[in-house]
Structure formats: C-alpha cells, structure tokens
Design a protein around this ligand. Structure first.
Ligand code: IMP
Ligand code: MG
Length: 169
C-alpha cells in the first residue's frame, strides 16, 4: 500500500513540521509499544531539537484483528512528563479508543503540551472523537502490516506497509 520511499519522504516532512512547530523547545517522544517503534526511530532522527524517548504499553487488540473495545495500561512512562512537551507516537489511529485512553492518562500528569503523531489514520473506523496533530497517511478500512505493524506479532519487520490478504474480518 505504501512503499518504504513514500514512508521515508513523509516521515522527513513530519520531522520538519514538528521541528518548526516546537520552535527550539525540548520534546519527549512517547512511543506506543510495539507498533510505533520503527516510526519513532525514523521520526526522532528527522526532528532537529533536543529529543528524548519514552515508551508506554497498552493492550486493546489481543492477537487478532478485532479490537476488544477496552484498553489496559501495561507499562506507564518512566519519565516525569509534568511541564514537558510530549508527543505520543502511534502506528495507527483506528477506532480511537487507545489514543483517547492514553491522552487521558498522560494529561493527568499535566504536560506543558500533548500532541499526537500517528503514521496512519483510518478515519472511517473512528468510535471516539479524536484527531491526530500529525499524521503520515490517511488510509481506507484495510488491515495493514509492516513498518512496525503486526498481525499476531508477525510482519513488523516488513520495510513497506502492506495490506494483509483476507481483509479486516
Ligand atoms: P484503536 O484503539 O482502535 O485506535 O487501535 C489502535 C491500535 O490498533 C493500533 O495501535 C494498532 O496496534 C492496532 N491496529 C489498528 N488497525 C490496525 C491495522 O490495520 N494493522 C495493524 N494494527 C492495527
Ligand atoms: Mg498499536
């Protein structure tokens, strides 16, 4: 669906946009494990600011393709984010349940700013009114894998973003 070159070009653009918007301030990138790891790695190198990383882990999807509808926090951030600029880095914004939950959890710590950067956005599947501040690509309702995204933990290492055969049932 999206080639490694298209991803690289778009991530570079997002990095420039974030660098511009933060106007010299420091930023903490909070990656949502595990799908956002590759996106975070590339995005971080495209941002020309003092960047630190942290990671958060939630479960919502189980091993398959359907959301369970509930989100559970498995690992919180290790860093104190109070008063800091935070960007949550996610692989894909789908129903919005995960990021709605994470936004609430992270806002409770009163960061200076909290933004959402998602590589992919599937707006047609949204169940919660949440929009990304930065997104790479809007995609139709297909189940995709690669560049960090999995099906039952497989295919995260594919360099391109690919549609999984069999559709999103
Ligand atoms: P949401 O809570 O429905 O927005 O789901 C977000 C999470 O679901 C993402 O972090 C992904 O891990 C997973 N997800 C949603 N759509 C896909 C997909 O097409 N491929 C792989 N994972 C997906
Ligand atoms: Mg995920």
């Amino acid at each position: 669906m999206i080639t490694r070159q298209q991803i690289a070009d778009r991530v570079a653009e997002l990095g420039r946009q974030i660098t511009h918007d933060l106007n010299g301030e420091d930023v903490i990138l909070v990656g949502v494990l595990k799908g956002a790891c590759l996106f975070l790695s590339d995005l971080a190198r495209a941002i020309e600011l003092n960047v630190t990383f942290d990671f958060i882990s939630v479960s919502s999807y189980g091993a398959g393709k359907q959301t369970s509808g509930e989100v559970k926090l498995n690992k919180d951030v290790d860093t104190a984010i109070t008063g800091k600029n935070v960007i949550v880095v996610e692989d894909i914004l789908d129903t919005g349940l995960t990021l709605t939950y994470l936004r609430r959890v992270l806002m409770a710590a009163q960061p200076k700013s909290l933004k959402i950067a998602t590589l992919l956005d599937k707006p047609s599947r949204r169940q919660q009114p949440i929009q990304p501040d930065y997104y790479g690509f809007k995609i139709p309702d297909e189940f995709v894998v690669g560049y960090g995204m999995d099906y039952a933990e497989r295919y995260r290492n594919l360099p391109d973003i690919c549609v999984l055969e069999g559709g999103a049932e």
